[in-house]
Design a protein around this ligand. Sequence first.
Ligand SMILES: Cc1cc2nc3c(=O)[nH]c(=O)nc-3n(C[C@H](O)[C@H](O)[C@H](O)COP(=O)(O)OP(=O)(O)OC[C@H]3O[C@@H](n4cnc5c(N)ncnc54)[C@H](O)[C@@H]3O)c2cc1C
Ligand SMILES: NC(=O)C1=CN([C@@H]2O[C@H](COP(=O)(O)OP(=O)(O)OC[C@H]3O[C@@H](n4cnc5c(N)ncnc54)[C@H](O)[C@@H]3O)[C@@H](O)[C@H]2O)CC=C1
Length: 328
Amino acid sequence: MTAPIAIIGAGIAGLSAAHVLNTAGHEVHLFEKSRGSGGRMASKRSDVGSLDLGAQYFTARDRRFIDAVNQWRAKGCVAEWDPALYQYRAGALTPSQDEQPRWVGTPRMSAITRAMVGDLPVSFGCRITEAFRGPQHWSLQDAEGHNHGPFSHVIIAIPAPQATPLLATAPKLAAVAAGVVMDPTWSAALAFKTPLETRVEGCFVQEGELDWFARNRCKPGREADYDTWVLHGTSAWSRAHLDASKEQVIEQLHGAFAEIIGCAVPEPAFTLAHRWLYARPAQSHQWGALADADLGIYACGDWCGTGRVEGAWLSGFDAASRLLDHLQ
Ligand SMILES: Cc1cc2nc3c(=O)[nH]c(=O)nc-3n(C[C@H](O)[C@H](O)[C@H](O)COP(=O)(O)OP(=O)(O)OC[C@H]3O[C@@H](n4cnc5c(N)ncnc54)[C@H](O)[C@@H]3O)c2cc1C
Ligand SMILES: NC(=O)C1=CN([C@@H]2O[C@H](COP(=O)(O)OP(=O)(O)OC[C@H]3O[C@@H](n4cnc5c(N)ncnc54)[C@H](O)[C@@H]3O)[C@@H](O)[C@H]2O)CC=C1
């Protein structure tokens, strides 16, 4: 019997790779440091319902990804989100509706990766710290010192700075990953008992602390007891406030939001802040995935492509396709 393929990271890239390999008849095993799947597409359960603190929506431009989105729609875990879009620039908030279809997981963003996990074997709460290549097989060590293996191949589907040490056996790939800069994003959520008197449901902000804000509860399938909003700081602001306390971040982003939104903003009934240290690559790449096919190690993730959900999915697809090509 051949050994299974190890995939480190159960975000959309790792699960995209898992799906391709599983469909081709290969046994895979995923390792995920968190308690659930999704990574930056995960949703946070809170007292005011679930909140999409990371990816807000996604677009689909590549035919292969459009096909995947259509399959998720058929399963009921993805729906179109057509918010009343605005932009804020030069001190003015103006409608900015467009024709771009935008998609979200339903009833929460994490529904997509949850459906992708299905009955694939995943070790949750397991942070991999090293990948070793033996004479024939790979083995992995986790943060608690446990060994896992043997595996025929390893796919590393985590942000570049975290992937670098795991790529030590393939120094060329490690050097490429080490050169990738990833920017942080501070995310804050606010919930109001009484809905804010505004038509705005999503806003691209082009000046100041904020990059984007959205009315979480207007996405399809979300709980609607509270008027929930998610605010994202810009990369520059988030980096400058990397070590700020959550209270300071909430206060500043709440203040910036209140200045822009153009209606009375009462004290929120609930607030939350989350720091994404490796939120997005500082620039996009066209690598698809990184591969040392002879060694049997691959790396993928949004940082190998466009730094978006679609780019991450395509990168996982690419890593798995290259592995299958090499086996032929
Ligand atoms: C605030 C924010 C807003 C965003 N908004 C959008 C948006 O609106 N539209 C869009 O298209 N994209 C958006 N993105 C980007 C999008 O979320 C990512 O591009 C995509 O989700 C990345 O997927 P991935 O699988 O490459 O990585 P991840 O989602 O980061 O998945 C990697 C997984 O690996 C796990 N992991 C890490 N290290 C280890 C380890 N050593 N061992 C085991 N497991 C490990 C992590 O816990 C994680 O689950 C946003 C991102 C952020 C942070
Ligand atoms: N905060 C974070 O960490 C991350 C945020 N990400 C955002 O995720 C979104 C995904 O990108 P795409 O899928 O290409 O989505 P998209 O086509 O909706 O947006 C791409 C970009 O175009 C601009 N834009 C698009 N539509 C409008 C509009 N109607 N009015 C004004 N400006 C507009 C805006 O700057 C936006 O960021 C982008 O907004 C990214 O900035 C991506 C990755 C990480």
